[in-house]
Design a protein around this ligand. Structure first.
Ligand code: DMJ
Length: 914
């Protein structure tokens, strides 16, 4: 660890040497690596196996980076399903997420220092040359200031940091003359106009060519920004100032941080998610450690580490204390209101908070880090990836997963802190899941839906900037890396900045900032640099002993909104009534309800939370009455099941969630719209028919292809350019008549996904697909299945077996086909019924035998299949006459409207407090 100069090391004077050796700020100033021999718990991993896993990471990186360079560069990102570059303006807009794309070869810049960490020095040299010759930072494009800072400015600075390191070593980069730094400076100046506000908080977006406000800039009218957006600049901006001597960058970033600190809610010491950049009013007053705030906290602590300024540590510690008091409900981290911090603001958590255990390690607070990490790992084991959001009882709330690196980051830091080989096993699982579920022939594809295993045509640059670094470093020994990583600090995008910056151009740090220098007392260093011998008192099983009680927290306990449960029990009081437990027929519940808002402030808080939960529950129930998405998996050569397309379900035909998947070759029907008797029955017989959307009802198309002998149907949207990336899930409704005669499964693909199949037919002629509720594992077996399945194969459904009305189905025990028909339900399923009826697919339930020890009911309940937020039901040409979704929610609507009024009143009251 480099502690020379102003960069702070451990505040604690306690020596922390043998049997631990210090690991530098890359992991934590106060971190330790265990060297002792493990006597129990996870078995130690041999050097050989670690090397094997490290090599696997290298191979995976080559697959991702190689495909980007071959098929996408100079575009910002790779689209791994269609194997081309994502160029902004040429693809349908995805909203804010596109603001990271500035036509500046984002993925290349974000990958620069990863190449060096992964020992690909030659490739790094080539990549730097490409950046210098090809990248233009002066494009007429509106970009996010935050994303451009962490990915591009950070990428250039990380590249520069390692370029000068290599040059000094004397072999590579001898020609390098600070060109990346010059580019970084140019970009820094381009971002500065964003800070032209009275508060000093930056505008969220800027036009790279025209800046802010000018009419041609097409930005500058925004009033709000997120806290992380304004508070995640100091590392890159200070590094830029200190590398170049141009003080202005560090000054601006400090001013923004000073303003946020001034605006913290003074009684709770928390910050909200979004803030008005002109008035400084909190716009969203909920507060957590995930989306919108995350890296603000990260940068306070790391700014202290990099710059050695005690005021940053004081701020961090003040916030951390508040986080641990209100937000941390181990193993959960739940958002609260900044003015009423005992009041939960949500009943779900987002995936971005997975970085927090890593930050807690840096802080030196290991126990809660281990607990939260363990909880997250159990969620991952259920769904293979961390869904973007999940509820307090571990149901999927938002089902996407864009290959985020936060969990790998925390895993790496926890391994460095504890030396527990358990974390190596966790890393191994992450590698396996990425290869098994996200790897496609042209890179790695984000998960569109972790429940179905379907993909999105997206590989974000942070996947290369962060994921591969943390995974590689997890398994690497010191000698596997060509420089001493302990001399650097990771930015939020995992770019490397050298610690020696702390002593360079130091004088600028105090200029023009409003914060006063604070002499810290000892309490600020509590937990910061724990004596590791106290943390792990001669007990190599320390981490395991913390994980043990949480072993089945996700699978077994199914906590139903663990909110202040601990406190209630501690004080002997009854736990508050939760909305989802409420029964209108229960007199005790009615009594509690009456009391809410009337008596003490605690009752009032309970009442308000109850109302909010009721509203959330009601809208959730309405969403849950929609059918979940389905998957179309291309299983023939050269896809071998690796490409999984998100498909819309049908409210008629075979329900794939209850029956075995349908597998078959595809054939286009004639006429293509499938609106009349097919003229090519011999071509679709025993196959999955492709039909174009439009001109008649979906049910009519289904009947026509079924009569021609098709075993399934895929309706492809006729609206050119439509895609599941941008459109909400589409559900095909029936025709208002009895559709029980339709026995084959029908799925819907948007035009972009449909064209992936059509292109495959053009190229390979024979294309075989699997229609299911969840993608089948892409195991090596599939790759050996180059030959079509034989007719003896149990999954192969021949035309004879599948004459209309006689197809082979895998029934749920004891149910008749009629009972299984989606149309046989007299009413929409309640959320609980949906869970129990659909449950997890057999493959999920069997994936880990140790996960299935609890009562089946509980397991089923906790397993998920909640529906995604963005869902939609539509009929073909008119509104659906046979759908009565949401009926049950009707009577409560008027109550909810009243409650909404109450909540608004409460919020006005809160404003008064401001
Ligand atoms: C990265 O770009 C950064 O880590 C950022 O701070 C938030 N998360 C994304 C990746 O998930």
């Amino acid at each position: 660890m480099s502690e020379a100069g102003g960069g702070r090391g451990c505040g604690s004077p306690v020596p922390q040497r043998a049997p631990w050796s210090l690991v530098a700020t890359t992991a934590a100033l106060c971190l330790v690596t265990a060297t002792s021999v493990w006597t129990a718990g996870a078995a130690p991993m041999s050097r050989e196996e670690r090397q094997k896993l490290g090599n696997q990471v290298l191979e995976m990186f080559d697959h991702a980076y190689g495909n980007y360079m071959e098929h996408a560069y100079p575009a910002d990102e790779l689209m791994p399903l269609t194997c081309r570059g994502r160029v902004r303006g040429q693809e349908p807009s995805r909203g804010d997420v596109d603001d990271a794309l500035g036509k500046f070869s984002l993925t290349l810049i974000d990958s620069l220092d990863t190449l060096v960490v992964l020992n690909k020095t030659k490739e790094f040299e080539d990549a730097v040359r490409k950046v210098l010759t090809d990248v233009n930072l002066d494009n007429d494009v509106v970009v996010s200031v935050f994303e451009t800072n962490i990915r591009v400015l950070g990428g250039l600075l990380g590249g520069h940091s390692l370029a000068i390191m290599l040059k000094e070593k004397g072999e590579y980069m001898q020609w390098y003359n600070d060109e990346l730094l010059q580019m970084a400076k140019q970009l820094g100046y381009k971002l500065l106009p964003a800070f032209n506000t009275t508060s000093g908080l930056p505008y969220p977006r800027i036009n790279l060519k025209f800046g802010i406000r000018k009419p041609e800039a097409r930005t500058g009218t925004e009033t709000d920004t997120c806290t992380a957006c304004a508070g995640t600049l100091i590392l890159e901006f200070a590094a830029l100032s200190r590398f170049t001597g141009a003080t202005i960058f560090e000054e601006y970033a400090r001013k923004a941080l000073d303003f946020l600190w001034e605006k913290r809610q003074r009684s709770s010491n928390l910050v909200g998610v979004t803030i008005n950049i002109h008035t400084g009013d909190w716009v969203r007053k909920d507060s957590g450690v995930g989306a919108g705030i995350d890296s603000y906290y990260e940068y306070l602590l790391k700014a202290y580490v990099l710059l050695g300024d005690d005021s940053f540590l004081e701020r961090f510690n003040t916030h951390y204390d508040a986080i641990m008091r209100y937000i941390s409900q181990p193993p959960l981290l739940l958002d609260v209101h900044i003015h009423k911090p005992m009041l939960n603001a949500r009943t779900w958590m987002d995936a971005l908070l997975a970085f927090f255990p890593g930050l807690q390690v840096l802080k030196g607070d290991i126990r809660p880090a281990i607990e939260t990490h363990e909880m997250l790992y159990q969620v991952i084991k259920k769904h293979n990836f961390l869904p973007e959001a999940f509820t307090t009882d571990f149901r999927v709330h938002w089902a996407q997963h864009p290959l985020r690196p936060e969990f790998a980051e925390s895993t790496y830091f926890l391994y460095k802190a504890t030396g527990d080989p358990y974390y190596l096993e966790v890393g191994k699982t992450l590698i396996e899941n990425l290869n098994k579920y996200a790897r496609v022939p042209c890179g790695f594809a984000a998960m569109k839906d972790v429940r179905t295993g379907s993909h999105e045509d997206r590989m974000d640059s942070f996947f290369l900037a962060e994921m591969f670094k943390y995974l590689y470093l997890l398994f690497a020994d010191k000698e596997d890396i060509i420089f001493d990583i302990e001399d650097y600090i990771f930015t939020t995008e995992a770019h490397l900045l050298p610690l020696w910056l702390s002593t360079t151009n130091q004088s600028i740090s105090k200029k023009n900032t409003t914060s006063e220098y604070v002499e810290l007392d000892d309490s600020n260093f509590d937990w910061t640099c724990p004596n590791t011998q106290i943390l792990f008192p001669n007990d190599p099983l320390y981490a395991q002993s913390i994980r043990e009680p949480l072993k089945n927290v996700v699978d077994k306990s199914c906590p139903r909104g663990i909110i202040r449960v601990e406190e209630s029990f501690r004080s002997g009081a009854k736990p508050p009534l939760r909305a989802r437990d409420f029964m209108a027929t229960n007199p005790e519940h009615l009594e509690i309800l009456k009391k809410m808002g009337a008596a003490s402030s605690v009752d009032a808080e309970d009442g308000l939370r109850f109302m909010q939960e009721m509203i959330e529950l009601s809208s959730q129930q309405q969403k849950e009455q929609q059918l979940p998405p389905r998957a179309v998996q291309i299983v023939s050569h050269p896809f071998f099941g690796r490409v999984v397309l998100t498909a819309g379900p049908a409210q008629f035909g075979l329900d794939l969630s209850k029956h075995k998947e349908t597998r078959g070759f595809v054939a286009s029907s004639k006429p293509y719209n499938g609106c009349s008797e097919l003229t090519n029955p011999e071509a679709v017989m025993g196959k999955i028919a492709l039909i174009q959307r439009g001109q008649c009802m979906f049910a009519e198309k289904a009947r026509n292809i079924q009569n021609a002998g098709a075993i399934g149907g895929i309706v492809i949207d006729d609206n050119e350019g439509s895609s599941s990336d941008t459109a909400p899930l589409f559900q095909m409704a029936g025709d208002g008549k009895d559709t029980d005669d339709i026995k084959i499964p029908m799925l819907f693909l948007f035009s972009k996904e449909g064209s992936i199949i059509l292109d495959a037919i053009r190229e390979y002629e024979e294309v075989e697909v699997l229609l299911s509720d969840k993608a089948k594992d892409r195991d090596p077996e599939m790759e050996n299945e180059e030959q079509p399945f034989s007719e003896n194969d149990s999954q192969y459904q021949s035309a004879e077996q599948l004459a209309p009305g006689s197809q082979e189905v895998d029934l749920v025990d004891g149910e008749s086909p009629e009972e299984n028909s989606p149309n046989s339900h007299p009413e929409p399923l309640s959320p609980a019924a949906t869970d129990n009826a659909a449950g997890a697919s057999p493959s999920e339930q069997n994936s880990d035998p140790t996960e299935n020890q609890g009562p089946a009911g509980l397991d089923g309940e906790c397993t998920d299949l909640d529906n995604q937020v963005q869902e939609q039901s539509e009929t073909e040409e008119d509104s659906s006459p046979n759908v009565s979704w949401g009926k049950k929610a009707q009577p409560i609507d008027s109550i909810l409207a009243d409650w909404n009024e109450d909540i608004e009143a409460f919020e006005m009251m809160e404003k008064g407090e401001l």
